[in-house]
Design a protein around this ligand. Structure first.
Ligand SMILES: Cc1ncc(COP(=O)(O)OP(=O)(O)O)c(N)n1
Ligand code: TZP
Ligand code: MG
Length: 225
């Protein structure tokens, strides 16, 4: 059983209110961020109706090149509806209070990518052992964040590195992540770094995404030089 290969290195998680406050739609923000070098995008909608959420996913899928992974936060029904509509969506991200991985896996099928939030050694162990084949974990909060009111307490670099070492699955850092964190995260074995406000609330999402991509890849990738 295989899941789609994905590159989570520079992972944009969207926030509609932050995009709107900058006078841009989520899809416009994503298009700029992709031009700047993000490799994965998660659509996260905490206040939208199902219909609005689906519309946003379809709009984003339309502007995404095939190489960029598209993940739906929380809503398996929205993921399934987007797939039924022919959109290229890669998977779903759920947290510890959302549907359990086994229920999600049953609905999304064997090939879809399943991400799970984990903030403790027990949660990491359970994720790695879960027969639902969790693909990767989101570990946070790295730093304090104003984007998610109920985010777990900040781990700091040392706390993240300890959890990433314990994780049997690829680990993405989230929560207050800035480009300055990326060399440390990469060196501590993270599979990627996720950012919301650092890109959605930026004056120039393309330049901001580029700063994350350069910090992660260096100038190995000539298009980022
Ligand atoms: C990559 C990534 N990691 C963690 C989260 C947080 O998910 P969750 O704990 O379910 O919280 P909400 O995002 O649903 O508020 C994430 N979304 N992405
Ligand atoms: C969704 C989520 N999960 C843990 S922290 C967080 C929000 C991160 O937002 P920001 O990158 O703006 O700090
Ligand atoms: Mg969730």
């Amino acid at each position: 059983m295989t899941t789609t290969p994905v590159d989570l290195s520079v992972y944009l998680v969207t926030d509609t209110a932050q995009c709107t406050a900058r006078g841009r739609s989520v899809a416009e923000t994503v298009a700029l961020a992709v031009a700047g070098g993000v490799t994965a995008v998660q659509i996260r909608e905490k206040h939208a109706t199902g219909r609005e959420f689906l519309r946003t996913v379809l709009e984003v899928a339309d502007v995404l090149p095939e190489r960029v992974t598209l993940i739906v936060n929380d809503r398996v029904d929205v993921y399934l509806a987007a797939r039924s509509a022919g959109a290229r969506v890669t998977g779903v991200h759920v947290g510890q209070s959302d549907l359990p991985p086994a229920a999600v896996r049953d609905m999304i099928g064997e090939h879809a990518v399943l991400g799970l939030s984990a903030a403790t050694p027990d949660q990491l162990r359970a994720a790695a052992e879960d027969p639902a084949r969790v693909h990767h974990v989101g570990i946070g909060a790295l730093h304090a964040t104003r984007t998610k009111a109920d985010a777990p307490a900040p781990l700091g670099h040392a706390g993240f590195a300890r959890l990433a070492r314990l994780s049997g699955l690829p680990a993405v850092a989230i929560g207050g992540v800035t480009p300055a964190d990326l060399p440390f995260l990469r060196d501590s074995g993270a599979a990627g770094a996720a950012a919301v406000s650092g890109i959605c609330a930026a004056e120039d999402p393309r330049a901001s995404a580029r700063a994350y991509a350069r910090a992660w890849f260096g100038t190995r990738n000539e298009s980022l030089a």
